[in-house]
Design a protein around this ligand. Structure first.
Ligand SMILES: Cc1cc2nc3c(=O)[nH]c(=O)nc-3n(C[C@H](O)[C@H](O)[C@H](O)COP(=O)(O)OP(=O)(O)OC[C@H]3O[C@@H](n4cnc5c(N)ncnc54)[C@H](O)[C@@H]3O)c2cc1C
Length: 389
């Protein structure tokens, strides 16, 4: 049965839901309060990151998403999808022990892991010329161009004749109606459909606020990250690159050797820092990141984490990074710690937040630092739950 679906939010979750709906034969009206997507989806690394996902539902969802990303890219080459893989590099034997245990796990094959010595790292990614002891290759990791993805998806959907995008429309409320759904925007105009999917990201104080506060524990929190982008590297970084601090942040690396890894440098710990580097299609490097949890977040961008990140990147590359041409921060919405356990089994499986907040209106948010990765698989799960497949 073909339905009319309203999608609120022009980020990656909104866009992937729109894509999935149109592909499944539905008619879509997508509403974005800004002129274009402006949240986490265009501020991220564009990593489709299987390597660090937790064993079980999280890994399964990321593998499904990885498959779906490849399919989306067949119809939308403008996403910039490339299966470039990643290298997590280490400099210390205790860090190497973590990689060895991760590579010995039964799901290492599913993730496409391979342990490389220093020479193997350089052979695989000649731009990595720093003081590296070893590296773990993940063949399943991939990358997209985050700033281009929402627009590229929309351009493809417009060809269907069953898709409309309205920028500058802020949904403020959901009206009570006997059947179907009626959303009201900030000018009072109403938008009707059979079903609605609300993907408003980290805007927890907006239209989603009453739904997030009417549960026992607020299910999501916000996290702020620092990011930068350099001019062209002048050579190819054949894979995305992570440093050993990333082993501390991703649940997929939770092996016994993690507890005996040397303590994180105090300055890196203060900023919740790990090094991730992705080469953009124009040759520049996106470099990050930090993790800040205490609100209110500063309105300004602190310089110190950038100095630390640049130093870390230069240690791995073995040379100066090109001039930094952009800096920004981004905020994502993440399922609050502990909430995941209580909702496993529900849609979202404790990985993101999905709730039918009023009949036929679903709020989908909180995928945290994995939302770009999981987005196509999250959209698939929503449509299954809504009976729209
Ligand atoms: C710096 C950074 C790096 C990251 N790196 C990665 C990565 O490499 N890989 C990965 O998998 N994940 C990554 N993530 C996480 C990922 O970016 C997010 O999980 C994902 O983008 C969330 O998408 P979203 O569509 O829910 O939110 P958003 O992108 O924030 O989109 C929400 C949209 O809704 C709009 N909106 C809000 N309220 C309304 C309203 N009332 N009416 C209409 N429109 C509204 C907003 O303007 C916004 O455009 C990163 C996040 C950040 C911040």
């Amino acid at each position: 049965m073909s339905a009319k679906v309203l999608i609120v939010g022009g980020g990656i979750l909104g866009s992937m839901h729109a894509f999935h709906a149109v592909q499944s034969g539905h008619t879509v009206v997508q509403l974005e309060r800004e002129a274009d997507a402006r949240g986490a989806s265009v501020r991220n690394f564009g990593l489709v990151w299987v390597s660090g996902r937790a064993t079980g539902a999280d890994l399964e969802l990321s593998l499904r998403a990885r498959e779906l990303w490849e399919r989306v890219a067949e119809s939308v080459p403008g996403t910039g999808f490339r299966p470039n893989g990643s290298l997590t590099v280490v400099t210390d034997p205790a860090e190497l022990a973590v990689l060895e245990q991760v590579c010995a796990r039964s799901d290492a094959g599913l993730r496409g892991f391979e342990l490389l010595d220093a020479e193997g790292v350089r052979e695989h990614n000649p731009a990595v010329r720093g003081d590296v002891l070893a590296g773990m290759l993940c063949r399943q990791d991939a990358a997209v161009e985050p700033r281009l993805v929402p627009r590229a998806i929309r351009a493809e959907l417009e060809k269907s004749g069953r898709y409309e995008f309205h920028a500058g429309v802020e949904i403020a409320a959901v009206d009570d109606v006997p059947s179907g759904v009626l959303l009201r925007d900030s000018t009072g105009k109403t938008w009707s459909a059979d079903q609605a999917i609300v993907c408003t990201g980290a805007w927890h104080n907006g239209v989603a606020a009453p739904w997030l506060r009417d549960v026992e524990t607020v299910p999501v929190r916000r996290v702020r990250l620092h990011m930068m982008q350099t001019e062209s590297l002048g050579e190819t970084l054949t894979t995305s690159v992570a440093d050993a601090d990333s082993l501390r942040y991703y649940p997929g690396f939770d092996v016994p050797a993690l507890s005996v890894m040397p303590a994180q440098e105090p300055s890196a710990r203060q900023w919740g820092m790990q090094l991730l580097m992705v080469q953009r299609n124009n040759g520049g490097l996106t470099i990050g990141d930090t993790h800040m949890y205490d609100e209110p977040f500063g309105f300004d961008v602190e310089e110190r984490p950038y100095e630390l990140l640049a130093r870390k990147a230069e240690r791995v590359l073995g040379h100066r990074i090109p001039r930094i041409e952009r800096r920004w921060t981004g905020v994502y919405s993440q399922l609050a710690p502990g909430v995941g356990d209580s909702v496993s089994g529900a849609v979202g499986q404790g990985i993101y937040y999905h709730r039918e907040v009023v009949p036929d209106v679903r709020l989908v948010t909180g995928p945290g630092g994995r939302g770009m990765t999981h987005s196509p698989a999250i959209a698939e799960q929503t449509f299954k739950a809504a009976g729209l497949l």
